[in-house]
Design a protein around this ligand. Structure first.
Ligand SMILES: [Zn+2]
Length: 213
């Protein structure tokens, strides 16, 4: 019995079964590639891959924080590169104002899990950046209403409008700096584009990034 219980909780790399990881540092570069969706949204993982889909599902619904820890370098390194690329422009200013905004989950406790897994991811990315001597602030400023099911039954045009309406600000977004909006899976990009619109100001450079597509 003890064996069965402990085997359920043993962390193994989804790809090579190495212990104590969910995606080990060896496998991560093999499964991840920076690409852009049709909507020009950068992402790293192929959501059509069964193992990737399973991993993201577990991260989303089974609260496996270690998946966030193991995947955080993807977004962390991406942010690091963006900072490097923007250094010439307004270096000090940008260095001091780096924000990570997690995409929101729907605010319906009766229907969905309570915890926003992308907030967990944002915190893991923040920790990762700290090791690279970059201080980023996590800004959980977005809210989402309604359910995905509702969005599914609508046609494409109505769905986009529905998504647009369902996302709002629950607190003021950062006024300036380098802002990264992060999400797990991007499909049409409608959600992320709406968020970008909401948080963009004259003094902010806003970059969207998703884990998978
Ligand atoms: Zn591995």
């Amino acid at each position: 019995m003890r064996g069965i219980i402990s085997s359920l909780f043993v962390k193994k790399c989804e790809f090579c079964k190495r212990l104590n990881f969910r995606v080990c540092p060896n496998c991560l570069p093999k499964i991840a590639n920076l690409k852009h969706s049709q909507d020009a949204i950068p992402y790293f993982l192929n959501y059509h891959d069964e193992k990737i889909r399973k991993l993201i599902w577990k991260f989303k619904y089974k609260n496996e924080v270690s998946i966030a820890t193991d995947l955080a370098p993807l977004i962390g390194d991406f942010i690091y590169e963006q900072i490097e690329n923007n250094l010439d422009l307004q270096s000090e200013h940008i260095y001091q104002n780096i924000y990570i905004i997690p995409a929101p989950i729907t605010n319906d406790p009766t229907r969905y899990r309570m915890r926003n897994h992308m907030l967990v991811m944002a915190n893991e990315v923040q920790k990762y950046l700290k090791k690279l001597e970059i201080n980023a602030t996590v800004c959980d400023c977005l809210a989402k209403s309604g359910t995905k099911r509702m969005a599914m039954i609508l046609g494409k045009k109505k769905r986009t409008a529905h998504i647009e309406k369902s996302i709002s600000l629950k607190s003021p977004p950062p006024k300036e700096g380098l802002i990264f909006i992060i999400d797990d899976v991007t499909t049409t990009g409608a959600t992320l584009k709406k968020i970008k619109k909401l948080v963009t100001t004259k003094q902010a450079f806003v970059q969207i990034v998703a884990l998978a597509h």
